[in-house]
Write a protein that binds this ligand. Structure first.
Ligand SMILES: Cc1cc2nc3c(=O)[nH]c(=O)nc-3n(C[C@H](O)[C@H](O)[C@H](O)COP(=O)(O)OP(=O)(O)OC[C@H]3O[C@@H](n4cnc5c(N)ncnc54)[C@H](O)[C@@H]3O)c2cc1C
Length: 360
């Protein structure tokens, strides 16, 4: 029997919305997701989660909160790995603070470095196979009793009153679902870059960090590796179980351009095969010609970045006579996967604090 006093709305079905919705269900809430875009929809720059590599390379140097969120997430992913033997850890990567984060971090000896490198390190971490992981999260949410509706919201309060409510349809479309209540105890806002434009939030600290990457067909590539060039460009490759490899990439703040740029594609390819010749078929590695790369797709995603970092806090929203608590969970930039479970845990703790203050 569902209790209305435990109804919670989650807005957003990216990695942050789905992870948060799952943990809220696990905590005993009745959770309904509302979102414009879901996993397996056509890829869109409004949905950062479909473009990520994604690997777990800590951004902990950016602050204590991110350090904690990423550590909790790493632990949660290691738990998932035990449940799913098809997911395999990868290794490699470099950076000072990483030695504190990853237990087997080791600086490479000079004789282990590629010719062009001056410094390198290796450690074990995780790769998240995004095309497989997002549908897994969606299915896990639905199988645990969650409900979902597709809608585009002009504002968060539009969900909470009869007068302005936009049209919504059950997701998946063939699922039978009665319309959601108008009276949740709280709304969790996981709108990513949408937090910049959705009414009641309009957070002008949110901006995109454009990421242009290529998907390369190279089933023989098994390692995840990052190469930082002296001029600041970063080449990275992240293999997927399908045999595709993500080859990145760019980090362009405040750049909204939704399509790939030919000069950037050329740069990513050129630097990519210099750093990782194994992206080419063995027979073609000697000549290192960018035209020999088997490019499956040119991709552009917008990382939902926020000045001041992730927003994990409660705001009160007045809707007519009522005050509805909003739990914000957005602004994860280039670290949404690697901080997803930690952020979701924190958001559900905030949600529980709403209940406690209601009953006090
Ligand atoms: C090229 C690239 C590489 C990356 N690599 C990594 C990596 O290696 N590791 C890592 O951890 N992260 C990586 N990231 C970052 C990661 O993808 C993001 O941090 C993460 O996807 C953000 O998830 P999100 O759920 O907050 O946002 P999104 O995935 O953008 O989801 C937002 C959700 O909100 C919904 N929404 C927004 N506004 C509205 C509205 N008005 N009405 C209804 N619904 C709305 C959308 O429809 C969507 O469902 C990468 C990103 C890119 C682009």
């Amino acid at each position: 029997m569902q209790r209305n006093d435990l109804d919670v709305f989650v807005v957003g079905a990216g990695v942050i919305g789905l992870s948060t919705a799952i943990l809220a269900l696990d905590a005993g809430f009745n959770v309904t997701i509302f979102a414009e875009i879901f996993p397996a929809d056509e890829k869109s720059t409004k949905y950062a989660s479909c473009w990520a590599g994604a690997d777990h390379i800590s951004f902990a140097a950016t602050g204590a909160l991110m350090h904690r969120l990423e550590q909790e997430t790493f632990g949660a992913f290691m738990g998932l790995l035990k449940e799913d033997p098809l997911l395999q850890p990868n290794d490699q990567k470099t950076n000072e603070h990483l030695s504190k984060f990853y237990s087997d971090f080791r600086t490479l000896d000079a004789n282990e470095l590629p010719k062009t490198a001056v410094h390198g390190a290796t450690f074990s971490t995780l790769c998240i196979d995004v095309p497989r992981y997002l549908p897994y999260l969606m299915l896990r949410f639905l199988a645990s009793g969650g409900r979902a509706f597709r809608t585009t919201l002009p504002s968060l309060s539009a969900l909470l009153s009869d007068r302005n409510r936009p049209a919504f349809e059950a997701f998946p479309v063939n699922s039978s679902s009665s319309p959601p209540t108008l009276h949740p105890i709280a709304v969790i806002n996981c709108t990513g870059i949408g937090a910049l434009s959705i009414g009641d939030v309009l957070d002008t600290d949110v901006y995109p960090t454009r990421g242009e990457v290529l998907i390369i067909r190279a089933p023989w590539v098994q390692r995840d590796s990052t190469f930082r060039w002296k001029d600041g460009h970063v080449s990275y490759m992240i293999p997927r179980q399908s045999g595709d490899v993500i080859l990145g990439g760019t980090f362009q703040p405040d750049d909204w351009h939704p399509k790939s740029r030919p000069e950037t594609v050329k740069l990513i390819k050129g630097r990519g095969i210099q750093a990782f010749p194994e992206l080419l078929h063995q027979a073609k590695r000697e000549t290192r010609n960018i035209d020999d790369l088997d490019v499956v797709e040119e991709c552009v995603g917008l990382r939902p970045t926020r000045k001041g970092g992730v927003r994990l806090e409660i705001q009160s929203l007045a809707v007519g006579e009522r005050i509805i608590p909003i739990v914000h969970n957005y602004g994860h930039g280039g670290a949404g996967y690697q901080s997803s479970w930690g952020s979701a845990t924190q958001a559900v703790e905030l949600l529980k604090s709403v209940l406690r203050s209601d009953s006090a």
